[in-house]
Design a protein around this ligand. Structure first.
Ligand code: GN1
Ligand code: MG
Length: 372
């Protein structure tokens, strides 16, 4: 019996038997399996958590438990202003009623409910897709808006803290770590230098109490949104391991970064990288339709900065990882993280060039929010 089958045994009830345990999905952090049971019993997702990235996996399970319970309770309320077909994951307990199982080799396993009839959105093909991604994030923020952020652990300390990313970058840039920069690297270095004074803009907003800590998803990219196979409507948002206290603007910026880059994160055609305004408008309209009650006037004031900051931050993270020898993001070739940084920085440039139009979209969405 394989280690995943052995682990799966711990999550099934008495009288249930396992049919198959197969690798599932395209995740690059955890090992994910689909466990099918014999007879009528429902399939479930089994995951071995990557404990290199999540050093305290029991804390991500505690966070997940708090958020799942809160949303399940909310969903029972009649006045909840979201689609009743919105699905929130369930944690499947072990036989001895724990949230996880640790195998003899120290592997950390957990099981989650399987979402039937839906799949992750792999690509945005039309503006309805973009609107659905925004709506999914908006529903998540709406559902968690009255949950106290202090109830959650910070499972990734420093995540989205641009000052920490900049100081890490400064450390690895020191000459003993690195040789002569090439053309792309020169571009990256100048790029970072020109923007480093502006970059702590959201953290400063937080420190001056203009922006409030809330619960954030932490990774609201397109393929973490599950869409119904028949209708194409978003039914759930998955990958809940980065849920933590933070600024919702980080999530909104991240969602737009993922949706509006038509070439995708992995292109090497840097000149073609563009931030698409139509998608931006669609994502924001989907988002505001679901989350307008919890977006403040201050959030709107900082929204353009958030849209510009998140690709800057991710580009900086990729470039720093390249300089450090690619320890964090998995690569397929040596300059992969440098290329990824170039894409994000070009996206920032495209955002800067379209500042006026993006601010007009933000203003329009602010106006329509006031009317809702
Ligand atoms: C990482 O591994 P994945 O795709 O879930 C990263 C995100 C980045 C993303 C960019 C915990 O997410 O912050 O936006 O790569 N997640 C973590 O592709 O660092
Ligand atoms: Mg993720």
């Amino acid at each position: 019996m394989s280690i995943s089958e052995q682990a799966a045994e711990n999550f099934i009830r008495q009288f249930e038997t396992i049919d198959t345990v197969e690798e599932h999905g395209r995740g690059v952090i955890h090992d994910t399996y689909l466990v099918r049971l014999s007879g009528q019993a429902d399939s479930f997702i089994l995951q071995r958590i990557n404990t290199q990235v999540f050093k305290q996996p029991e804390l991500i399970m505690q966070n997940l438990g708090v958020v799942c319970e809160h949303v399940h309770d909310l969903k029972k309320r009649a006045d909840l202003r979201i689609d009743s077909d919105w699905i929130m994951l369930h944690i499947i307990p072990t036989r001895d009623n724990r949230d996880f199982f640790i195998d003899p080799e120290g592997g950390f396993w957990r099981a989650l409910s399987f979402i039937h009839g839906a799949k992750p959105l792999e690509k945005i093909t039309d503006l309805d897709n973009a609107r659905e991604v925004g709506r999914a994030l908006g529903i998540f923020h709406h559902l968690t808006s009255n949950l106290t952020p202090e109830l959650l652990h910070d499972t990734l300390p420093g995540f989205h803290n641009i000052e920490l990313y900049l100081s890490k970058y400064d450390q690895v840039l020191s000459p003993e770590f690195h040789g002569e920069p090439n053309e792309s690297e020169n571009f990256c270095r100048q790029f970072v230098e020109k923007r480093r004074r502006w970059a702590p803009v959201l953290e400063n907003g937080r420190k001056h109490n203009k922006l409030q800590m809330r619960i954030i998803h932490g990774d609201p990219k397109i393929n973490n949104v599950m869409v119904d196979n028949r209708t194409g409507k978003a039914v759930s948002i998955i990958d809940l391991d980065t849920i933590k206290p933070g600024l919702v603007l980080y999530d909104i910026g991240d969602c737009l970064r993922s949706c509006c880059n038509i070439q995708g994160e992995e292109t090497r055609d840097f000149d073609a990288v563009q931030f698409d305004l139509g998608r931006c408008e669609a994502v924001l309209s989907g988002y505001m339709g679901a989350a307008h009650e919890c977006v403040t006037a201050r959030d709107f004031d900082f929204l353009f900065d958030a849209i510009r900051l998140i690709p800057f931050e991710l580009g900086l993270r990729f470039y720093t990882d390249f300089l450090e020898g690619n320890r964090y993001f998995k690569i397929s070739y040596p300059a992969h993280n440098l290329d990824r940084a170039m894409v994000q920085f070009r996206l920032v440039e495209s955002i800067e060039q379209q500042e006026e139009s993006i601010r007009a979209i933000i203003e329009e969405s602010c106006q329509s929010c006031r009317k809702m």
